[in-house]
Design a protein around this ligand. Structure first.
Ligand SMILES: [Cu+2]
Length: 409
């Protein structure tokens, strides 16, 4: 096939595609206009914008558009060639300029991400170890940003500066031992520093030397689909044993009341922590793996069925102080689940409140004991007299007062 014939074929093909695109677009436009005048009200496109098909078609249309432009340019170049003229478009220059442009736009993108989205990160860490974690993150971010920016400037600037030029010949430079040593040793030192820092920080979080004068408060949190159950230790400071075999309708956590430590344990609707006091969470799960996640305290640990995991930390900022710091009167610390554990995972959360030690003492004294008279009956323990107060609740619950006998040993 001669070149001329090829060109005429390509020109024909390109014109045909352009014609089809143009006629179909105008046909669509006419139809839309006709529909609009017929009903005399604008068409609601919102449901169409929500479909995947719309975006797939839009993408295909874009591809078609790019292909048409490409074909048209190719036709232009081949025409020039057959007419004996020189190259019409200097692609080497265009590519070089695009590289330079990409560098500028990319670097601006990095700056924009840091300044705009950087502010959307979590507020300052509200725990002792959280500050260390943030420091580590910041150091890593500073080092990687410097390396990222420097290498990308070099990469794109070289692509621009050393674009093809027929006057120039590339210098053959296959190997340099010193250069290889430098770019191996420097990253090795930096990475060793980062890994060691991470290792030591991790050890300081998980291997604590217990101070007998400042013992942590033990709180147990049990996860299940889809809730968190909180158990406070009561006056003895120890949460009692539990056993999944003891789980019943009235003993949802399976607490073992043969263990003396369980007797004064309390249930709570929210997690309340005293500020600047260490707290040790024991975490268990009833069904699947959940993840105990308190972002403001930089705490995250899986809760696993069949084993207990622990996390000890010290909150440093009260909820009231955080409301002022974040300038948000509705600010709340939250416990969230960070494992995709089922359909209602997204809603698995619990409010956490950090208060002064005095407020904590007042709050904890008001919490309900886990051990009810029903449970006492099950575990064959002496029953207690029901409190005579709370008459509103008594209407619905107290059905047989004669059975509520105080049996004191
Ligand atoms: Cu969960």
């Amino acid at each position: 096939m001669s070149l001329k014939r090829l060109i005429s074929n390509k020109t024909m093909a390109a014109s045909a595609v352009l014609m089809t695109a143009f006629t179909s677009t105008s046909a669509f436009a006419q139809e839309a206009a006709a529909a609009a005048t017929a009903t005399a009200k604008p068409i609601d496109m919102t449901p169409i914008y929500k479909t995947t098909l719309f975006y797939v078609l839009a993408f295909l249309l874009l591809c078609l558009f790019v292909a048409i432009i490409g074909k048209a340019l190719k036709v232009y170049e081949l025409t020039r060639e057959t007419e004996g003229k020189g190259k019409g478009i200097n692609w080497d220059k265009i590519n070089a300029v695009l590289f330079a442009l990409f560098l500028i736009v990319g670097l601006y993108g990095v700056y924009w991400e840091y300044t705009v989205h950087g502010n959307m990160l979590l507020p300052e860490a509200a725990s002792v170890h959280g500050v260390k974690i943030d420091e580590m993150l910041n150091i890593t971010l500073i080092i990687t940003t410097i390396v990222f920016v420097a290498t990308h400037i070099v990469l794109f600037a070289f692509a621009y500066m050393y674009r093809y030029n027929k006057e120039r010949k590339a210098y053959y430079y296959p190997h340099n031992n010193t250069l290889e040593r430098v770019w191996t040793v420097i990253p090795a030192i930096v990475l060793t520093f980062l890994v060691l820092m991470g290792f030591l920080t991790w050890r300081s979080i998980f291997y604590k030397i217990e101070d007998p004068n400042n013992k942590p408060i033990s709180i147990e949190v049990t996860s299940s689909q889809f809730q968190w159950d909180v158990r406070y230790p009561g006056a003895d400071g120890v949460v009692g044993r539990k056993n999944y075999k003891l789980i019943t309708a009235i003993n949802a956590l399976g607490i073992d009341f043969n263990d003396k430590n369980s007797m004064d344990d309390q249930v709570a609707d929210e997690i309340v922590l005293p500020v600047n006091k260490p707290v040790r969470f024991s975490l268990v799960s009833k069904d699947v793996i959940h993840s105990f996640y308190m972002p403001h305290f930089r705490v995250q640990l899986n809760t696993v069925p069949g084993m207990t995991s622990y996390f000890e930390f010290t909150p440093t900022i009260t909820t009231a102080e955080m409301k002022v710091k974040t300038n948000d009167p509705s600010f709340k610390y939250l416990l969230l689940c960070a494992k995709i554990c089922g359909t209602n995972h997204y809603n698995m959360q619990k409010a956490v409140r950090v208060v002064s030690e005095q407020e904590y003492k007042e709050w904890v004294a008001k919490q309900v004991p886990y051990l009810t008279n029903d449970l006492r009956e099950t575990f064959k323990l002496p029953l207690l007299a029901e409190p005579t107060a709370a008459p509103a609740a008594a209407d619905t619950t107290a059905k047989d007062t004669t059975s509520q006998i105080a049996l004191k040993k």
